[in-house]
Design a binder for this molecule. Structure first.
Ligand code: GDP
Length: 551
């Protein structure tokens, strides 16, 4: 249409009038960012720490946990945090290694699994899928994988805990291929597992890496002996049965496995697979080196006017996460912005697309290795924490130059539902204010009943902690002691055809009809089975979507 043609034209003019983008290209091409997707206990904290160790950001592992503990001691958000012994605060860690700037987006896991975990993936260019070798694919990994698939993120698989009893390596690959429909290419291959895990075969170079157990318990880089395939020493070092198995498996892989095509990795169709033991540092270095080689550099983002390339000269970015009270002394709020194009500079003035207002980006910060630092400048792929006195909402676009808007971040399929009641009518105002502000922050989703006549909001979340945090903050920040009444539903579906589609079907059984914040119809079900039943019995209802973009 005319206005988009005009905008495109304006962008061309902007480009023509700006300095040449060469310097951005250099900055962009050395950046790599990723988020780790895993099930609790697979070893994410351990792997993160080991990546920092091998990336040269820390010199002795153990520092991350110690630092976390220190943070706990000084922050009071964290009464709740302390009571539960978990970390609600999460950030983007940055480190420099071998000419690359690597950003690790920390996805909250554990009991603190929530929408933030999903949203973080909206800011990532790559995902690392961490799997426990003894367990294979687990529920949380599956859910997060779906989000990666939606975004077509390149996925790098690290199969951890090979030093423990493990499933067969071939079986693990098979599970990924069958269940996720993802081709696999093993970059390295384990030699033995459990007590007999002794090393890795590194396929690109036909090398065998044998690990030597040392006394540092994984706090220092592992000692490795590298021998090329065919070296007679190998037969001395590797027990006969393992050697034979390795020979057979490598032959099989070479015969049947697809080759490592960068394009397929970047399309999210093929995952390079690595085996190792994060705790013992085995395989971490091989993984990091390959990751830097194959990972996708910051790419373009779709906006209303078309694709915004990372070297588009104007600054653009979007807010993917808000975090309150990171520093309780200041009761501050931080908005995390993913830079999509142009150059960010400290104090710069940008437009906020939602309100049309100008905002100065003051006090920007990022986590360099383990320390919060002020940022002076940033480029596509960077994540910047901005001081946010209620200015930003989840999904907000900020930009300079021609107006552009990135699509919002979808609401993710909630699995927990609970009425929130204000038992004290004199607190009505505070209740509404708290609810509206916390919703704006994306702390939970809210739904309203349509068929029961009840007016209390229904909170919807993907993790229990989201409810607890909300309840806690309603009390500590707004002085309202709210009561939660859990509902027995576990699945939400947006009726894509809207209210007319619902009318066509008439009365529904085995589900509740509610509406979202924007008045769109949503159905709540006890389980997936009820969803399929409804689809089978009332096909005229049309498409039922597990999540929806903000209108
Ligand atoms: P997270 O919940 O995914 O962050 O997992 P953690 O990194 O906290 O690890 C969970 C547990 O698994 C901890 O006790 C770790 O010491 C242990 N762990 C992590 N990696 C390995 C590994 O490679 N081998 C073994 N045996 N244990 C590991």
């Amino acid at each position: 249409n005319d206005s988009s043609t005009l905008r495109k034209g304006l962008m061309e003019i902007d480009k023509a009038c700006s300095p040449p983008p060469e310097d951005y290209t250099k900055e962009i091409s050395r950046r790599r960012n990723f988020a780790i997707i895993s099930h609790p206990d697979a070893g994410k904290t351990t792997l993160t720490e080991k990546l920092l160790l091998y990336g040269g950001a820390i010199h002795e592992a153990g520092a991350v946990k110690a630092r976390r503990a220190a943070r706990h001691a000084t922050s009071d958000w964290m009464d709740l945090e302390k009571q539960r012994g978990i970390s609600i605060t999460s950030t983007a860690l940055v480190f420099e290694t071998e000419g690359h700037q690597v950003t690790l987006l920390d996805t909250p896991g554990h009991q603190d699994f929530g929408e933030d975990t999903y949203r973080t993936l909206a800011a990532a260019d790559n995902a690392v899928m961490l799997i426990d070798a003894g367990k294979g694919l687990e529920p949380q990994t599956r859910k997060l994988f779906e989000v990666c698939r939606m975004r077509k993120l390149p996925i790098f698989t690290f199969i951890n805990k090979m030093d423990r009893p493990a499933l067969e390596a071939l079986e693990l690959l098979d599970e990924i291929e069958k269940e996720f429909g993802l081709s696999t290419h093993a970059v390295n291959w384990p030699i033995g597992s459990g007590d007999r895990f002794m090393g890795l075969y590194y396929r690109p170079k036909d090398e065998v890496h044998l690990f030597e157990k040392d006394q540092s318990h994984g706090s220092k880089e592992a000692t490795v002996c590298v021998l090329s395939w065919g070296n007679p020493l190998l037969k001395e070092r590797i027990p006969e049965d393992l050697y034979q198995q390795l020979e057979e498996e490598i032959e099989l892989l070479d015969a049947v496995a697809p080759s490592l095509e960068l394009e397929k990795i970047h399309e999210g169709e093929l995952t390079p697979v690595f085996f190792g033991s994060a705790m013992n540092n085995f395989g971490v270095k091989l993984f990091l080196d390959s990751f830097l080689k194959y990972a996708q550099q910051p790419g373009p983002h779709m906006a209303d006017v078309g694709l915004i390339e990372p070297n588009y000269p104007e600054f653009t970015g979007f807010v993917f996460k808000l975090q309150a009270n990171m520093d309780p002394k200041h009761r501050d709020k931080v908005a995390f912005v993913r830079v999509c194009s142009g150059q960010f500079t400290k104090g710069m003035k940008v437009q906020l697309a939602r309100t049309g207002k100008q905002v100065a980006l003051t006090r920007p910060q990022k986590m360099f290795a383990q320390d919060r630092m002020t940022v002076e400048t940033g480029f596509a792929g960077d994540v910047i924490g901005l001081n946010n006195p209620n200015t930003f909402a989840i999904g907000d676009t900020i930009y300079t130059g021609t107006r552009i808007v990135f699509p919002g971040i979808p609401s993710f399929s909630p699995e927990l539902f609970s009425y929130m009641r204000n038992p004290n009518p004199s607190k009505y105002k505070q209740f509404q204010k708290g609810l509206t502000e916390l919703l704006g922050e994306g702390a939970v989703q809210v739904l309203y009943s349509v068929d029961s006549g009840r007016t209390d909001p229904i909170l919807a979340a993907v993790g229990q902690l989201q409810f607890e945090v909300l309840q806690y903050r309603m009390l500590s920040e707004y002085g309202v002691e709210v009561q939660l009444e859990p509902l027995g539903y576990s699945v939400a579906r947006w009726v894509t055809g809207g209210w007319p589609a619902l009318q066509r079907v008439g009365k529904l059984y085995n589900c509740a009809t509610v509406k979202d914040w924007w008045g769109r119809p949503v159905l709540l079900f006890r389980n997936e089975w009820s969803v399929s039943q409804l689809k089978a019995e009332s096909s005229e209802i049309g498409e039922l979507a597990p999540y929806a973009l903000p209108p």
